[in-house]
Design a protein around this ligand. Structure first.
Ligand SMILES: Cc1ncc(COP(=O)(O)O)c(C=O)c1O
Length: 391
């Protein structure tokens, strides 16, 4: 009998399996569901980005390099300087990736020694599950630190005990935060980098939602990293910034020595960004107008959602950036609440999908257009008025 890597499926039975099956069953039966569960907004990719990709598909197709095109690395470096006021060397500090998910997944393969004493990777729970999954496949231990509303959903490395810090090789932070929409300031980022450096921990910042802010621009870890960005990496993405989830395009930026190790690893992963995608990425990174337009659309949807929730008497937390709203569920059972809401043809994600710290909350992803979001809130209100939801 062939063997299976025990890490495959190690997450155990998915707590959402029954709910997901029910959603699929109802969709197949033709129910008019409004889906607020997947972080993939409906807004189109900017025409100039689409045209750049189409124009770059030539008669001959060759392997892309792990290092990526210099023009792409320059476009990312120019964005970082324009947006964050930080100069990075496009030749040594930037690597294009096929989206940020694969970059996050593969990162521990370069920096985690599965036979060594420091095989722990720390992440905040609730959080993006790929931090833990990549760690486990690389032979490490994923340590989810439970985040709380009282702490603003912030992972604070200084609060971890010395024994945990001593066996940690990588720490993941990611603000604006999925699923809570919480934000942080430069002081927070500075403090985390100080603790990480003092403990020889590689600090990685998942900046997938960096451009989806409302009150003030979200800061990057690069802004506090100083000359050479020692001991840190920021993972960027065009998915949410430019409506390019299907293109699979992102970048890793930071410490040149770490980028060199990643480059060596990534020659083996087969996840180099295709050249025609890089042509589109160059256009997307160079333009900020479409990003501001998308922000305005997300802000309008958020207003509709927050007004609707306030009228329902529900409370939310974080939710200051990203296109997610993090709602406390009456009764405290996120799975029961999401299942009840499904009867009103509204699909949301129970917080437990993002780890232990997410229980008791649901995440709304403002994916449909403004009128779709309004319709979802109307259905929700009708369900509550009819007493169909946990109170
Ligand atoms: C927090 C976070 N990081 C990274 C990703 C991966 O995004 P992509 O691979 O599309 O760049 C996602 C996707 O939803 C996410 O929510």
């Amino acid at each position: 009998m062939v063997t299976t890597n025990p890490t495959v499926g190690r997450g155990g039975p998915n707590p959402l399996a029954a709910l997901r099956e029910e959603v699929a069953r109802r969709r197949a039966a033709g129910r008019p569901l409004i889906d607020l569960s997947i972080g993939d907004p409906d807004e189109p990719t900017p025409p100039a980005v689409r045209e750049a990709l189409q124009g770059a598909v030539g008669p001959v197709s060759s392997y892309p390099t792990g290092l990526g095109q210099l023009a792409t690395r320059r476009a990312v470096a120019a964005f970082v300087e324009r947006r964050h006021g930080v100069e990075v060397d496009a030749t040594t500090q930037v690597l294009p990736t096929s989206g940020s998910k694969e970059a996050i997944f593969h990162l521990p393969f370069a920096f985690l020694d599965p036979a060594g004493p420091r095989r722990t990777v720390v992440w905040g729970s609730p959080g993006y599950p790929t931090y833990a999954r990549g760690t486990r496949y690389a032979g490490g231990e994923a340590h989810g630190v439970v985040l709380t509303e009282a702490d603003g959903w912030r992972l604070d490395l200084a609060s971890l005990d010395a024994e945990l810090l001593a066996r940690t090789c990588i720490a993941w932070i990611g603000y604006p935060h999925n699923p809570t929409g919480a934000t942080v300031d430069l002081g927070y980022l500075r403090e985390q980098l100080e603790v990480a450096r003092a403990n020889d921990i590689l600090l990685c910042s998942d900046e997938c939602y960096q451009e989806v802010w409302f009150d003030e621009p979200a800061p990057s870890l690069l802004e506090v990293a100083g000359e050479g960005a020692k001991g840190m990496l920021a993972v960027l993405s065009l998915s949410k910034r430019s409506g390019m989830t299907g293109y699979r395009s992102g970048a890793i930026v930071g410490d040149a020595a770490l980028i060199a190790s990643l480059r060596t690893l990534r020659e083996d992963t087969g996840t180099a960004s295709p050249d025609f995608v890089q042509a589109a990425a160059q256009v997307a990174w160079a333009d900020d107008v479409h990003v501001a337009e998308r922000r305005a659309i997300f802000a309008a949807k958020r207003e509709v959602a927050l007004e609707g929730l306030a009228a329902l008497g529900l409370t939310w937390s974080g939710s200051r950036a990203t296109f997610y709203v993090w709602v406390r569920v009456p009764g405290g059972d996120d799975l029961a609440y999401a299942t009840a809401l499904l009867d009103a043809d509204v699909v949301v994600t129970p917080g437990r999908a993002f780890g232990a710290g997410g229980e008791g909350w649901i995440r709304l992803a403002l994916v449909p257009d403004v009128s779709g979001c309004r319709e979802a809130m109307q259905r929700w209100t009708a369900a509550q008025q009819q007493g169909l939801l946990p109170a």
